[in-house]
Write a protein that binds this ligand. Structure first.
Ligand code: ATP
Length: 266
């Protein structure tokens, strides 16, 4: 069944510039799609439009249906239920999602309590479980910490735990590992892959890096200048890219991989 149906999505600024141009794609329940393209190609604005979170002064046209609910042109009040329940997001910078003045445990307790109705000691235990699920060591200590007291990699795991606490049907991940060290990045991708598979969640995964997208999704949509250039399985895009731009992406991913191979064989 279609979970996310994007048709002719167009995002414009108030002065009439078109930043996302007539974009269409669909995502079935449990399916994973990568949005790939260079910086400024419109990937982030697409995910924000899917959540009805476009910055002030920008407007969306076309249609975005998430779990059968229209997002485009719908008043903010009607969207709060959709966010979290149907779709949750992990951003590149976890501090975007975390409140710097609130202990980590309380931040996870909020969505978790809302969904499960748990309170008091049971809720505290569920928070510790949620932190353990994202493989954070010593979950009780992490729960008591403020976001600045833990590492960037740990913060990103907390942001993932918060997103999963809502048990959304769709996880949107926007460059979730770009700010992390390469080794931490690989662990985070593996963790995300496992947790999403266990829950049968769909994923919309945004990255400028084809090699990263290939670890999480089977299918990818290539974007350039706000438009879809090419869509297909990651295998097909890598093996036989039809568009010149996709060829460039594949070539640069290959160069990086072979540089890494060379380093690891030293
Ligand atoms: N708040 C904003 N106001 C004006 N223009 C914006 C705003 N946010 C994004 N843009 C412009 O919209 C275009 C698409 O931006 P978007 O952030 O979606 O790209 P992206 O592909 O996600 O890039 P990146 O990988 O760098 O995040 C860019 O040209 C960008 O400069």
């Amino acid at each position: 069944m279609t979970l996310l149906d994007v048709r002719g999505l167009t995002v414009r600024t108030s002065d009439g510039r078109t930043l996302v141009d007539d974009l269409s794609f669909t995502l079935a329940g449990g399916e994973r799609l990568g949005l790939i393209g260079e910086s400024g190609s419109g990937k982030s604005l697409t995910t924000l439009a899917v959540l009805g979170l476009l910055p002030d002064g920008m407007s969306a046209a076309g249609s975005v249906e998430l779990a059968g609910v229209q997002i485009v042109g719908v008043p903010e009040k009607r969207l709060t239920g959709v966010r979290g329940r149907d779709a949750a997001v992990v951003f590149q910078e976890p501090l975007t999602a975390l409140d710097p003045l609130m202990r980590v445990g309380r931040q996870i307790a909020e969505p978790l309590g809302r969904r499960t109705g748990l309170k008091g000691r049971d809720l505290r235990r569920a928070v510790a479980d949620a932190l353990a699920q994202v493989r954070l060591p010593d979950p009780d200590r992490i729960a008591r910490a403020f976001p600045h007291e833990i590492s960037g990699g740990q913060r990103q795991r907390v942001a993932l735990a918060m997103a999963l606490a809502c048990e959304p049907k769709l996880l949107i991940a926007d460059e979730p590992t770009t700010a992390l060290d390469v080794s931490v990045q690989a662990e985070m991708l593996e963790l995300m892959d496992t947790l999403v598979r266990e829950r049968g969640m769909a994923v919309l995964f945004v990255s400028h890096d084809l090699a990263v997208v290939a670890r999480i999704t089977d299918r990818a949509l290539v974007m350039k200048g706000g438009r879809a250039v090419e869509e297909g399985t990651v295998d097909a895009l890598v093996r036989s890219p039809r568009e010149e731009y996709t060829r460039t992406l594949v070539a640069s991913a290959r160069r990086l991989e072979s540089a890494l191979d060379l380093r690891s064989s030293r």
